[in-house]
Ligand binder design. Structure first.
Ligand code: PLP
Length: 378
């Protein structure tokens, strides 16, 4: 069976972990944490980066920093992973779910303004499959209504948005805050892991405190204060050096990993395009977005077609999967969701299928998958 995902190891992970262990410093915010954070700050122009134990945690930090309180409203796409919403739910927010475009799972930026009320505090665009949301429109709305933008960039490492003036900016560097994931299903990994990017100077100091259990320990370690103590709310959001050391091996190979993933993605795209099939649609990458080879998905014309395709692939030894179940219709939230229908989100819930895509997938295997798709629709 060709799996849906296979975590890629560069070979240096255990070497750096050995070094971290040997150095005697294995708790958080040590040499490897700082190496990784500095790398991202300099390569992608994030003002400040903090490694976290997951993207979910980074989103929770963002919700605390945004000062989200009971009764505040946060606009979130319905077609996303649970974490995007749960971070704000934990602060007592009401989630106002937004629909996707009809031809792209990202939040439909033209439908956001109608959802803004005087209780709205933040918009949380999710760059699905690493493809940018329309950040020009979203940032304009945020400044018009004085809202924060928190990018869920879990899938969006090394991907870009090109703004109306032609300026190319890394995803995660545009909103006030952004959250990344290094879960084993993402492009670069540390098993579980994540990162908060802070682009608004106002949040930098407080972010470090929330990260270190509500203490000013980070300042203390830099020698900026002579003792540290409890100064704010917070939690233990930082990963150990063992995780950061693993991640450093991945970061060092980022370019190589990206090259390979994008090559495989293009092979899927071109191969399936050639089949000229009526019952499936290829992913859309808008002109203002780039593709980081995170995920290859197709959209079937209905749920039955998808079910048949997944079964056919499975019988031929290929593991294809689907996700997400619209959050507005979830068991947890459907009672609280207003009556609005979100047809595009529901359509992706029913019709989207993800094909195997991982570093070690071979070109021949990928061609076999394309052939299997061809035969399925013959
Ligand atoms: C993977 C993912 C998350 C969660 O990331 P973790 O690191 O597992 O917490 C959140 N949002 C999106 C869109 C994701 O794809």
């Amino acid at each position: 069976m060709i799996p849906f995902n296979k975590p890629y190891l560069t070979g240096k992970e255990t070497h750096y972990i050995y070094d971290a262990v040997n150095s005697g410093k294995i708790s958080g915010n040590g040499k490897y944490t700082q190496k990784v954070q500095s790398f991202f700050e300099s390569v992608y122009s994030f003002k400040k980066c903090l490694l976290t134990t997951s993207c979910t945690d980074a989103l929770e930090m963002a919700a605390i920093l945004a000062n989200i309180k009971e009764g505040d409203e946060v606009i979130v796409p319905s077609f996303t992973f649970v974490s995007t919403a749960i971070a704000f739910i934990r602060q007592g927010a009401n989630i106002v779910f937004a629909d996707s475009y009809s031809d792209n799972p990202n939040i439909d930026a033209d439908k956001i303004e109608a959802l803004i009320t005087d209780k709205t505090k933040a918009i949380v665009p999710v760059h699905y499959a690493g493809v940018a949301c329309d950040m020009d429109k979203i940032m304009d709305l945020a400044s018009k209504y004085n809202l924060l933008v928190i990018e869920d960039a879990a899938q969006a490492i090394d991907s870009y948005h090109i703004d109306k003036n032609g300026v190319k900016k890394a995803l995660g560097s545009i909103g006030h805050l952004a959250a990344f994931s290094f879960h084993e299903t993402k492009n670069i990994i540390s098993g579980e892991g994540g990162m908060l990017a802070i682009n608004d100077e106002r949040f930098v100091n407080r972010a470090e405190i929330i990260w270190e259990k509500g203490t000013n320990r980070a300042e203390f370690f830099r020698g900026e204060v002579n003792k540290y103590g409890w100064v704010d709310t917070g939690s233990s959001f930082l990963p150990s050096e063992i995780i950061a050391a693993f991640l450093w091996a991945q970061v060092e190979n980022l370019e190589h990993i990206q090259e390979k993933r994008i090559k495989l993605w293009n092979q899927y795209f071109n191969g399936i395009k050639e089949l000229k099939l009526d019952s499936i649609k290829l992913p859309k990458v808008p002109e203002y977005a780039t593709n980081n080879g995170h995920m290859f998905y197709l959209t079937c014309n209905n749920g039955q077609t998808r079910e048949k395709l997944i079964l056919k692939l499975k019988e031929s030894g290929f593991h294809a999967v689907f996700h997400y179940l619209s959050l507005h219709a979830s068991d947890f939230y459907k009672g609280r969701h207003d009556k609005r229908e979100l047809p595009n989100s529901d359509c992706f819930t029913e019709c989207l299928v993800r094909l195997p895509l991982f570093f070690e997938l071979k070109e021949e295997e990928l061609n076999d998958i394309i052939m299997c798709i061809k035969n399925n629709f013959k």
